[in-house]
Design a protein around this ligand. Structure first.
Ligand code: PAF
Length: 284
């Protein structure tokens, strides 16, 4: 059966009110479309935990730094809807721009701390765009839980902080990164890699996993991260925007894996910017 589509806040709220009247819980999976198995894993997590799952599809102009990146972002609503029908999602909320940013829209949600450094440093304003649209999606849907992938680990922190600070009664649930068989983290941007770039791309995850193992064995971060940068350069990647060891709980910079940590990186491959992160066990 085809998935129902809502394009206005009114249609979204009517669906949710109906479910609420039946005493059903509601999960939300925010996306920008071009759905892959990573997104579908979020839908599955939603179905396992809530009675009804809404997937949102909105390519949010406010979180893009470059008009070229926004224009190149894949838009595949028809096949997305077909995938959601197979996965068993209950509603696709694909609002038109007017439903999210009506004429005169003047509010920005800005999250200090979690938005700073890494993606925040290289994509100024990106997290303001994310926090603003996600706050709207949370408030428009009134969902009980929202499901986000750990691939965008800093985004997860930003969204959690925003929901907590604004007293939005929604539980933000982190779901593991889904990888291709060769280790590449799934991303809607991967379709833009040339065959040669696609062949090289999994080296990013390999370098991160290798460094994570050494950090877990007690290595100091600075020399190891410098080696990882060099290894990526030698492999054929372009600029490494960052590669950093951060606390999993607070995102504070760490000199060693003195607590559960994450190794996070952003690196260019041709015209495509890949981001990835891996867990680092605390060194004993
Ligand atoms: O992760 C994404 O796809 C986007 O940043 C999100 C959370 C859907 C907000 O536009």
């Amino acid at each position: 059966m085809a998935v129902s589509i809502a394009r206005t806040v009114q249609a979204l709220r009517a669906a949710v009110s109906g479910w609420r009247a039946e005493g059903l819980s509601v999960g939300l999976v925010p996306t920008m479309g071009a759905l892959h198995d990573g997104h579908i894993s979020l839908v599955r997590a939603g179905l396992a935990r809530t009675d009804r799952v809404i997937v949102t599809l909105f390519v949010n102009p406010k979180q893009f730094n470059s008009p070229a990146d926004l224009a190149a972002y894949p838009r595949t609503e028809e096949s997305d809807a077909a995938k959601l029908a197979v996965a068993g999602a209950h509603l696709l909320y694909a609002p038109d721009a007017e439903a999210i940013y009506p004429q005169g829209f003047s509010t920005t949600v800005s999250v200090d701390g979690a938005s700073e450094g890494m993606e925040g440093a290289f994509r100024p304003g990106h997290f303001d765009g994310v926090a603003t649209v996600v706050a709207k999606l949370f408030l428009q849907s009134g969902a009980d839980c929202a499901f986000f992938g750990e691939k965008d680990f800093q985004q997860l922190h930003v969204v959690r902080r925003m929901a907590h600070d604004l007293d939005i009664a929604i539980e933000v649930i982190a779901c593991p990164t889904v990888r291709e068989a060769d280790g590449l983290a799934m991303s809607s941007r991967n379709v833009r890699l040339s065959p040669e770039e696609r062949a090289l791309a999994p080296r990013l995850a390999a370098v991160l996993f290798d460094a994570a193992e050494k950090l877990a064995a007690g290595a100091a971060a600075a020399p190891l991260l410098a080696d990882a940068r060099n290894a990526l350069g030698r492999a054929g990647f372009g600029a490494v925007d960052y590669i950093e060891l951060r606390s999993q709980a607070t995102l504070a910079t760490l000199e060693r894996a003195s607590e559960p940590a994450r190794l996070l990186a952003a690196v260019w491959l041709g015209e495509v910017r890949l981001i990835d992160n891996v867990a680092v066990a605390p060194a004993s």
